[in-house]
Design a protein around this ligand. Structure first.
Ligand SMILES: Nc1ncnc2c1ncn2[C@@H]1O[C@H](COP(=O)(O)OP(=O)(O)OP(=O)(O)O)[C@@H](O)[C@H]1O
Length: 586
């Protein structure tokens, strides 16, 4: 990525249907079907019920299933199916009321606290603590004592008191979301806090809300039917699922099927809500890991046979040799080759430029050498060799061993390498210990950390070691990141646009530093850049890449004074400082 890349904006983030791909999960799909079927049937009760729910027929009391009574009759001869259909109305109404309050209140409090922070956060967190400390069942009973047998009042209370739990979950997710680049971009573009919350934060929480909604629906259903069972809501003879369980339990010995039917339906619905919530959570996770719905799933990349079996004879030149190297990404549209049969050799003690415009494949080439391609990327052909050892195709365990100690990376954004929670000293010490560069105790490690900080020309290493990353400037941070990369004394250092995020004078300092490190340590540096000025200034040799292929390779003098490829000439012409200085691009 270059600094020119626009920040990701929410409007450019595709809306993803939380239910997309549900049909690939039979259990989740079945749970959704159960919830929808029962809900629709309950809503259509007046049309579907074969009898009025209160109509008694004592001559046919406790009758078994028949054409006129598909689920039989109860002890007063009332049609069980009709009572189940009508009885679902208070149950689902209660669930709907509780869930609505739970979602609206929990979400609003969570987003306000998580996004606005400060005193709003403190007040809301205090309120949440109070709500969570109140015993919900006792308050519900008190409410029912005031609003006698009011299903709605009881379920409103349940939703209100439970909302604090949801608010906590939403607040945590919101705190993470507000640090995302697209939220920063929205803030910078002057959007109001309300608009950012509604347009940029809320869409990111929909999946989580749906999961919580399903899980809470199951709880609300159990509470509602419990109240019905106790006769505290929906007074008899009006049908309710809980009331039907209560009535059936009194004639359990004579007609066990009555209990089985009413209790079974409540159990089925409650399990369906739980399974639906779990399934939606898994679907959301799959989507995050890029294994979502079939239409979004990347088509896998085929690895050429000769990659796995490529020659075991190391190329005889260079500390790093790359031969016929190809990389492809699996995308929903099919495999996409982004690096195509590139070959180059980097010698000890040289700075080697990998230059080309954005998207030409420079970064993925560098990352693949460290085994750090994104999960959908694969080296599809060729081989890479480091100091005579083949590194392409190495298992992750072996790659971990060479990363940092034989080949290291410095990226454009130094904060990628640094954790804001720890001091520079502790982070460097950890790397020194991990790379095994120092044998000895705390003092030896501390000494090595000071040496590393001095080697990247940072004055007062002790002071720097005590500071946290946010206390350093961009240039200082980049020097610390370079020091970190040097900790294992790698043979090859890959520097990916190391100066792009810095201003011009700081850029010059970092390039000077890389040159002096090369001179002092004799290591090879691969400098990835889109800036021909940087190549002219720092590199010994370079390759020019266009759309994943090498179009030009040679010494820096050859590339600038005798460019062969039209693309190189165009690149030189589009770099004003060089075009002006050289003035003789053919
Ligand atoms: N995970 C990925 N899935 C699909 N395509 C990818 C992925 N990562 C990179 N690419 C594609 O690979 C190509 C090369 O990307 P790369 O990051 O190497 O470009 P670059 O030359 O370093 O440019 P820049 O400096 O802008 O990053 C680009 O077309 C990019 O879209």
């Amino acid at each position: 990525m270059t600094a020119a890349d626009p920040p990701v904006s929410v409007s450019s983030r595709k809306w993803t249907n939380p239910f997309a791909g549900i049909w690939r999960r039979p259990l989740t799909a079945a749970a959704l079907a159960v919830v929808l079927t029962v809900t629709v049937a309950v809503i259509l009760a007046p049309l579907l019920a074969p009898h009025p729910p209160l109509a008694q027929d004592l001559l046919h009391a406790r009758g078994g299933p028949s054409a006129s009574h598909p689920l039989g009759t109860d002890e007063l001869g009332r049609d069980v199916l009709s009572r189940l259909l009508y009885g679902g109305r208070p149950a689902l109404l209660g669930v709907g009321v509780a869930v609505s309050v739970y979602i609206v209140l929990g979400m609003s409090l969570g987003i306000l606290a998580g996004y606005l922070r400060g005193w709003t956060d403190r007040v809301i967190v205090g309120l949440m603590d109070v709500m969570l400390s109140v015993p919900a069942v006792i308050i519900m009973l008190a409410v029912l004592a005031i609003f006698s047998q009011s299903n709605v009042a009881a379920m409103l209370t349940l939703g209100f008191l439970s909302a604090a739990g949801l608010a906590r979950i939403i607040r945590s997710s919101c705190i993470a979301l507000r640090e995302e680049l697209f939220v920063d971009a929205a803030r910078v573009s002057g959007l109001s806090a309300a608009r950012i919350m509604a347009r940029h934060i809320f869409p990111g929480l929909v999946g989580l809300l749906l999961v919580q909604m399903c899980l809470f629906s199951g709880i609300a259903l159990m509470v509602q039917t419990g109240l019905g069972f106790l006769g505290l809501a929906t007074p008899p003879p009006a049908p309710s699922w809980g009331g039907m369980v209560g009535e059936a339990s009194q004639v359990m010995e004579q007609s066990p099927s009555l209990l089985l039917i009413s209790g079974g339906l409540i159990g089925l619905m409650s399990v369906a809500f739980g399974l639906l919530g779990d399934g939606l959570r898994d679907l959301t996770q799959d989507r995050r890991q890029g294994t979502g719905s079939r239409s979004q799933r990347p088509v896998p990349v085929a690895v050429a046979k000769d990659t796995a079996e490529a020659s075991d004879t190391p190329p005889d030149a260079g500390v790093l040799a790359v031969r016929d190297y190809s990389i492809a990404f699996a995308t929903p549209q099919g495999p996409r080759t982004v690096v195509d049969s590139v070959s180059f050799t980097v010698n000890t003690g040289e700075i080697f430029g990998l230059v080309g415009e954005s998207g030409s494949g420079k970064t993925v080439t560098g990352l693949s050498l460290l085994g750090l391609l994104a999960p959908n990327g694969t080296v599809t052909g060729g081989s890479a060799w480091l100091a005579g050892r083949r590194i392409s195709g190495l298992p992750e365990r072996d790659l971990q061993r060479i990363r940092g100690s034989e080949i290291a990376l410095v990226s454009q954004e130094p904060m990628v390498a640094l954790d804001p929670n720890f001091t520079i000293g502790s982070q460097l010490s950890e790397v020194v210990r991990r790379t095994g560069a120092v044998s000895g105790g705390k003092d030896a490690v501390g000494q090595r950390v000071r040496e590393l900080l001095s080697s990247v020309h940072l004055r007062d290493p002790d002071d720097i070691a005590r500071r946290h990353p946010h206390e350093l400037s961009g240039g200082m941070l980049q020097r610390v990141a370079i020091a970190m990369a040097l900790a294992g004394s790698p043979k090859v250092l890959i520097a990916d646009e190391p100066t792009t995020a810095l201003d011009v004078t700081v850029q010059a300092g970092i390039l000077d530093l890389l040159r002096s490190l090369r001179d002092e340590r004799g290591m090879a540096i691969i400098l990835i850049t889109h800036d021909l000025g940087v190549v002219a200034d720092s590199c010994d040799r370079a390759i020019v890449m266009e759309q994943g292929r090498i179009v030009e390779e040679g010494s820096v003098e050859d590339i600038f004074y005798r460019p062969q490829h039209p693309y190189t000439k165009k690149l030189i012409e589009s770099t004003p400082s060089i075009a002006r200085t050289e003035g003789r691009v053919a």
